[in-house]
Design a protein around this ligand. Structure first.
Ligand code: MG
Length: 390
């Protein structure tokens, strides 16, 4: 089998009046980059990368740098192809758009491999431990009005948190880091009272703090029973991560801005995080996910993949999570404690909800893993065309 054509699709859809904010930026639109890999056997694979920033640079890498290397090659040899793409871009790549582009074509090759063998990707990854994955809701972002009158926003924030509980979520992740610590802790208190004392609460800072401010925030979060503090400091501040981990009881987590086994070697091997969060569409695709996951497990660090982007990214994460062993093993694993969980972003996202013919919904707090060959997904090409930027 040979790769005959690779097409990149820059996707962009405005969110109209649904703009939301993290500590870093506004999200007035959703972006991503999809790649379609076509083979001479007629099999077609899909992959995704470039969902963090503008997808155009990632598309340029796919089109100008990776495609000339991949045309005529056998997608079944994806491990070798990954090494060749990495070696060809090492001198100027190793992170960012280059690795996102490699992630996208790698995922598409795994999709083709699964289809060629008639098995789902989770079977290729070693076999599924589960056919549904416990989900946590990612929500409670900022709105414009948080910045003008955060107190007036608290009832709506609490209502949003309560809605996720009513939908059946058993775990919630909220955002902090945009407002002063004291005001953000009022938001945390409002969410805590809406979800009750027993619901696990995770908090994501998106690297908003320096170390001593993160420490102050971390102590406040512990007061409200938060179980983890995600990206408390910038990804480069490994000393800050280590200091926080030593000082706080809650789990210090991170890794969505990290790339490849080499980035995770530096993050995990120097004791920066309690939980590693590689994004499969960013850190290097399924090929690299296996290496990162092996590395993390050797350090007894659980991996909870970061999930953003379209339905393709969500499907990829579900396959990876299906094949992830409980860490550590117990006879009856508990979600978050030793059973993997999937990040299920609840902000408005037509790329996640409309692009695939499948829809991923919550059933008893869990999301079903696709069972078809490869990624087990079908794209609606009419919707693809509607969201594609030409
Ligand atoms: Mg995050």
């Amino acid at each position: 089998m040979k790769i005959e054509r690779i097409t990149s699709f820059v996707l962009r859809v405005g969110l109209n009046d649904n703009t939301f904010y993290s500590s870093q930026c506004a999200f007035p639109q959703r972006n991503s980059l999809l790649v379609r890999v076509e083979t001479d056997s007629g099999l077609v694979g899909w992959g995704e990368g470039g969902q963090y920033g503008p997808p155009e640079p990632v598309a340029a890498v796919v089109d100008s740098v990776l495609t000339p290397i991949l045309l005529g090659r056998d997608p079944m040899h994806v491990g070798r192809l990954w090494e060749e793409l990495y070696a060809a871009t090492r001198d100027f790549g190793r992170a960012g758009a280059y690795i996102e582009a490699i992630s996208a074509v790698d995922i598409a090759c795994w999709d083709i491999r699964g289809q060629a063998l008639g098995v789902p990707v989770h079977a290729l990854l070693g076999g599924a431990f589960r056919d549904t994955v416990a989900a946590y809701a990612t929500g409670c972002y900022y709105r414009e009005s948080d910045m003008t009158d955060h107190k007036a926003r608290l009832p709506a924030l609490a209502e949003e948190a309560g809605k996720y509980m009513a939908q059946g979520f058993g775990i919630l992740k909220m955002k902090v880091g945009l407002l002063p610590v004291a005001q953000d802790l009022e938001r945390v208190a409002a969410v805590r009272s809406a979800i009750g004392d027993d619901t696990p609460l995770l908090v994501d800072c998106n690297h908003a703090y320096d170390c001593h401010t993160a420490l102050r925030m971390g102590r406040g979060l512990e007061h409200y029973g938060a179980l983890w503090m995600e990206e408390p400091v910038p990804p480069e501040d490994h000393a800050g991560y280590r200091r926080l981990r030593a000082a706080l009881e809650l789990a210090v987590t991170g890794g969505e801005c990290e790339y490849t086994r080499y980035g995770f070697r530096d993050l995990i091997g120097t004791s920066c995080v309690d939980v590693a969060q590689p994004d499969i569409c960013v850190a290097g695709g399924f090929s690299e996910w296996l290496k990162i996951q092996a590395l993390a497990s050797a350090f007894a660090v659980p991996t909870v993949p970061h999930v953003w982007g379209s339905g393709v990214a969500l499907a990829a994460a579900l396959h990876a999570l299906a094949a992830l062993p409980p860490l550590p093993h117990t006879a009856k694993p508990v979600p978050l404690q030793n059973e993997p969980i999937i990040e299920f972003d609840r902000n408005h996202n037509p790329l996640r909800d409309d692009l695939l013919e499948q829809t991923f919904t919550l059933e008893d707090g869990r999301v079903r893993v696709p069972q078809g060959a490869g990624l087990g997904i079908t794209l609606d090409e009419t919707v693809l065309e509607k969201f594609a930027v030409h």
